[in-house]
Design a binder for this molecule. Sequence first.
Ligand code: AMP
Ligand code: MG
Length: 428
Amino acid sequence: MDHESSRRPLADHARALATLVGPALASARRTLSVAPSAVLSAARDAASGPRVLVTDAAAATHLPGFDNSQMDGYAVRAADLAGATPSDPVELPVTAPVPAGTQPSPLGPGAAAPVMTGAPIPDGADAVVKIEDADPPAFPEPGADATVRFSTPVAPGAFVRRAGSDVAAGDVVVPAGTPLGPAQLGVLVAAGVTEVDVAEPPHVLLISTGSELVAAGEPLGPAQLYDANGAMLTAALAQVGVRTTHRVVPDDPAALRAVLMDAPEDVALVVTSGGVSAGAYEVVRQTLTDAWFGHVAVQPGGPQGLGTIAVGPVEARREVPLVAFPGNPVSALVSFELFLRPVLATATGAGPTLRPRGRGPLAEPVDSPAHLHQVRRGRLDADGRVEMVGGPGSHLLAHLAAATLLVHVPPGVAHLDEGDDVDYWEIR
Ligand code: AMP
Ligand code: MG
């Protein structure tokens, strides 16, 4: 199995996984109608990821909803200021001020109304002169019998934000396919949209396997370690718009079978970590014998599993795809980045399908097994050169956490010199 020629090329495994998982998620897709406030509370729950709009959302109201002022200043009739010059300014009586949130009375000819940013433009007025351009450049005390002078004309429409100039009532304000991030949620609420159709995030059953694993926060016994993969993959799945149910099972086939039987009824995919290599207690490999298990020509992340498994109780068995990652934390997350993230991001539309990519010169020489596609953790140094963060070991999780790049050394390359260019993906 470990023999070089028996390893599956990385691209072949990526294709096999996409072919299995992509259509399964597409057919499991469900739509929900929710109020934007429900989307908002979902957005607060980091583990549920961004929601993606399924149907165009139309604005219920104009945005802005009414003509309003872009400045603190005087609402005027532009025609009144047509002849204003510095030597012969136009002097107008000042009317009652218009604070934001009040509906002003109409402005007759030959008057100026103090208007605050965002407050409605009085009917009859068609322009705003900024307070700094008025004489005096400060508002009078409310109630005072005051006048104001203007020494230049103003163009009709100046500093007036027209009703509907952002979006008109009835027009599409957020199109289908858009992930609902902060700005989209904001505009849905602003435009009075009360209900939107969103894609329900696919539900993934994530299983960390290993008798040595202890849940975060529990006391750690001898030879035990914390389940880092559970946290890491839950967060990674959320970033691509996936809901996760997470379980930890020991290296015991009966325990793994029990968790699969107990799977939530809408699970569309099972992702496991650990238990896929050639050791004596490889619970995933020994239990899920219908799946493919083998080695992919990649480091880290060589041992992989892929197939279809039955979930749910005996009377309601369903077949869903299985993606089995190796247990070493760096292997698990690199496997996710290489194989699963692009497929899930495409299926959910919740984020960019691909990580931003770049290419740059190495700050140091790098060795790599020639028959493998090696993925190293790196970052850019002060000169924009690619430096390694730690060695190739797949247990170096703190180094992964400090890295900002996944650096790719393709198969066929055993050595790169300082200054040689490498491809990298930005991972945060
Ligand atoms: P396995 O793939 O099950 O042989 O595990 C490989 C290595 O990864 C072992 O050192 C495990 O202890 C470690 N490991 C497996 N699962 C996890 C996990 N969920 N969190 C942290 N380390 C793990
Ligand atoms: Mg294990």
